[in-house]
Write a protein of this length. Sequence first.
Length: 135
Amino acid sequence: MKKPPDPHYRHRFPAELISHAVWLYHVFSLSFRDVELILAARGVVVSYESIRRWCLKFGASFADKLRRRRPRPGDKWYLDEVFIRIRGELHYLWRAVDRRGAENGRCSASSQHDKPSASCPRTLSSMATFVHDAI
């Protein structure tokens, strides 16, 4: 069986260095020039334009690998509702929490009878089915 072609073929720098530059850019949300400075501090002279090209070429596959490694949310969701005081004024806060305690959505209103912001129903409805229990 034939091996797939190496995506780093005919690049001046080794695959590990290209992967590290793309990793720095995507994981830490750095600019291309910041990545260039970090690599220059390690003795690698590379243009920010080369880093931009690498991120365009290899960034999608790198981001897919990061997404696959991210933990998946649990299948049971709870809607945590609480009153909080901000600068002396009571606010009503809704949080979408999975069974492991990971917060996956948040909405607020100035009182219990007010409606939450316009994005709140979209945020909460885009997630899995909620079990309406207080945590």
